[in-house]
Design a protein around this ligand. Sequence first.
Ligand code: SF4
Ligand code: SF4
Length: 143
Amino acid sequence: MEKKESRPIAVIECCEEIPCNPCMSACPHHAIVIEGGIHHIPQLKPELCVGCGICVARCSGQAIFVVGQEQDYGVVSFPYEMLPLPEKGMIVDGTDREGQTVCQGEILKVMIAKNFDHTTVVTLKVPLGKEDTVRGFRFREDR
Ligand code: SF4
Ligand code: SF4
């Protein structure tokens, strides 16, 4: 079976119609638009998104993720505001939005940047297909 390759881009899972728009103003590529007033749900223009993760860090509702697939694994980036921070190469449990373990994953990247507004963006390598479900991680007890 030929494996799919799909570059990592933002996935907006913002469902509350609240007056909020830091995601839109944070994107340097104008890939996020909110049409019809600030209460409306933001939309992604996928062709403009480069998967940089700035919106992931800047979203006040922790509702944006960068999701994609490489040849034989999935990748997902999410905001992380706890300590200690994970380290590259660490094996962790990937968790869903409810905190339930979905699969094992490997920390690929831990991004800290000035324009990330004190939020770290963590990128996790997961089994192919799990990138659509994994939205965080938990340290393993045997680490
Ligand atoms: S990942 Fe980067 S380019 Fe894509 S929408 Fe977010 S800020 Fe814009
Ligand atoms: S910053 Fe986050 S919570 Fe606010 S509108 Fe954008 S996606 Fe929704």
